[in-house]
Design a protein around this ligand. Sequence first.
Ligand SMILES: O=C(O)c1cc(C(=O)O)c2c(n1)C(=O)C(=O)c1cc(C(=O)O)[nH]c1-2
Ligand SMILES: [Ca+2]
Length: 714
Amino acid sequence: SGLALVSTASIAGGLDTSSVPYPVAAEQWPFSGGDQAGTYFSALTDINDSNAGQLGFAWAFDMGTDRGQEATPLVIDGVMYTSGVWGIVYALEATTGKLLWQFDPGIDPMSARNACCDTVNRGIAYRDGMVFVASEDGKLHALDARTGAEKWQADTIINRKEVYASTGGVILTKDAVVIGNSGADLGDGSSRGYISAWDLKTGKFKWRFFTVPPAPNQPYEHPELEMAAKSWGPNRDGRYQNGGAVWDGLSYDPETDQIVFGTANASPYLRVKNAAERHDDLFNASIIAVNAQNGRMNWYYQETPGDSWDYDAVQKFIFANLPFEGQKHRVVMQASKNGFYYTLDLKTGKLLGADAYSYVNWAKGVDLKTGRPQFTETADYTLKPKNVYPSWAGAHTWNPMSFSPQSGLVYIPSLDVPNVILNMADNGGKLKHIEGFFNADGIIPDETYDPAAMKRLFGPMPDKAELQKERPGTKLVREILKAWDPVNHKIVWQQVTSEGNRGYDGGVLSTAGNVVVQGRGDGTLWVYNAKTGAPLKTIQTGSHIMAAPMTYKINGVQYVAVQVGYGGSGISFPIPPSSAAYRNMNTNRILVFKLGGGEVPQPEKRVAPFDYPAPPPFKATQAQLLHGEEKFTEYCSRCHGFGPGVTPDLSRLPPEVHAMFKDIVLKGALASLGMAPLNDLVSEKDVEDIHAYLLDTERQGYEAQVKAGKKPAK
Ligand SMILES: O=C(O)c1cc(C(=O)O)c2c(n1)C(=O)C(=O)c1cc(C(=O)O)[nH]c1-2
Ligand SMILES: [Ca+2]
C-alpha cells in the first residue's frame, strides 16, 4: 500500500526533517494530520513561495449536506477518503473528484441532540485497505477501502441514557482503533469521559480508560480512578457524571506505544461557591498518556486544575524532536484552549514549557517546577460576572495547527476572544440554567453585545466600555494566525484573520515550499510565506472555511484540498455578517486547487434571508411572551438563533411550520431532520409560550419591514 514510511534523507532533496519523528512519502497524505506526528506539514515543493500566485481551482465535490466541516481528507494511492457530518464517509478519485463510493452510517437523526456543537466529524483513519470512522451516534465502523462495504461495527457508548455523541477523529495503534466521545457540556447529568480500544481486524472490545471517577460509592473500574477521586471536593453533586470527554486530539506514538490524549472540562462548570473551595478534579482538563496495549496510565499533566471555564485540553497534539534545556527531547506540544502552549517530554510527561501564546487573564503564568498555574482573581466569577480571556471557545480549539520542520515554526489559528462569564444561579437574572451551559454562561462580547437586553434573563453585566478598559485600542473579538517558535517560546509573525465578529477561521497547512495555507470564515483561502508571513495569494471560495487544508501529488501535479462549510459551536449563534455562509448557502464541498487553475464556482446566494413573512394571527399575554423567551433561551437557543443560521431561523418561519410547531417540539415531527422531540424538557404550556414569543418576534420584524416599505418574504 502507499503507506511506506521513508527515511529522513530521501525527502525533498535534503530538507532537514529530523525534528519530525514520522515523515511520510511526500505525494501522499495518509493520516488526518499528514503524518503520525500530526504536523499538518507536507514535504512537497511544487507549489511554493515563488509561484503561489498561480494557484487556482482544480475541482469541487458537493458533499450533499450543509453543516460544519471539520475533517481533513486523506489521499492514498490516488484515492481521497474523508468524512463529513454525521460520520458519512466519501471516497473520491483524487485527480477529478469523481465519487467512487459513499458510506452513510444510517444513524438516528435524533442523536443530533446529544452533540453540543453540531453533528460534525473530525476525520477518519486508514490502514491496509480499511477505513475507520466513528459516527455521530458513537458507533465505530470499519469499511473496505475499495468498496465502502462495512466489515464490522462496534457500539462505543456504554450508557445510552447519557448525552454521548462522537465528533472526534479515530486513531489507530499497532492493533487497535481508539476513539473517545463528547458530552461534557450537556444536560443536567452531562456524561463521563472515556476512551476505548477495539481490535482493528475484528472490532472486538479491548480496553477502556475512564477520565473521571464514577459516582460516589461506586467501584473504580481501574486503579487510576482511586487517585483521581481523592482530588474531588467532598460536596460533589452526584447528579453529574463529571465530564472529561475526549472529543478531539487523540494521537498515537508508535515508538513509545503510547496514546496521548486530552480531556474536556468538568461538569457542571461551576462546582464551588468561591475560589478557596476549588479542587483539582482529576483528570479533567488534562493531558494523559496511556499504554496502547492495556490502557494503563503512564503519566498525566493537568493544565487547568479545578477548571470552571470550559477549558477542554483536547486540542490536537504535535510530536517533534526539539532541544530543551540543552538536550534533544521527543516532545508532545499543544496550544491549549486555556491560552498556554504546553511542551512535555513524550516519554516521561515532564513539563518543559508552558507559555501564553495568546492574551490570558485567568492565570499569571505556569510554574514549571510544580506545573501549576497561578490563578488570578480576574477570572473568578463565583461572586460577580467577569470578562475572562480566553473564552469558552478557547484561544485555540479543534482547528488544526501545523508544524514546519523547515521554518521550525508552529502555525496556530488562534482566537483572541474573551467571554463575560457569570454565575447564572446567583446573578439575579430570571434564568438559573441553560441547557448545555449548566449554571454558568459565557457571553462573547462581539459587536452584538447588549447587556441591557440580556439583563432580565441574566442579571447585570458589564457594559462594553468597561470591558474595553483592560486592553484599550484592541478590538474585543479577533482571530489571529500566529507563527510560534516552540523552542524560543515566542511569536515570530502574526496576521489578524478576522475582527469584531466571531470568525471561526480555519486550520492550517504548511509545506516545504515555504508556504502556509489557511482558509477564513469570510470565504477566502490565503497562502503566506511560511518564514515571514507575507501574503502570497488570496482566493475567494464563497464558502466559510474552518477545516485545515492538505496537499498531495499525482502524475506530477501538486494539489491543495480543503473541506468547506460552517457549523461546529457556531451552531449556537446567528451566522456573523462577516461569514461567507451569511451571503451564500452553506453548501458543504471539497475544494481542490492547483497551479494554473481557474475561478472557484460560487455557491448559491441566500435568498432574502432578512425578510419576515407575515405571521399567522395569534394571541398572547405579556406574561406568556416573557415566559416563552425564558424557555426559548433555556432550551432552544443552544441550536437556534434569529437571523441566518446553520439551523432554521425560528423568527422567520413559514405558515406550514407554524401550523405544526407543537408536533415538532413535542412529538418529533421533524426528527428525521435532526430536531429531536423535547417533551422530556418542556411542557405543553412552555411550548405554547415559546411559540407565542417566536410569533411575536416575527410580528415585530414584519411590522418594521412594512413600515420601511419592504415586501414580505415569500
Ligand atoms: O466538552 C465536550 O464534550 C465538548 C465537545 C465538543 C464537540 O464534541 O464538538 C465541543 C466542546 N466540548 C467545546 O467546549 C467546544 O468549544 C467545541 C467547539 C466545537 C466545534 O466543533 O466547533 N466542538 C466543541
Ligand atoms: Ca467542552
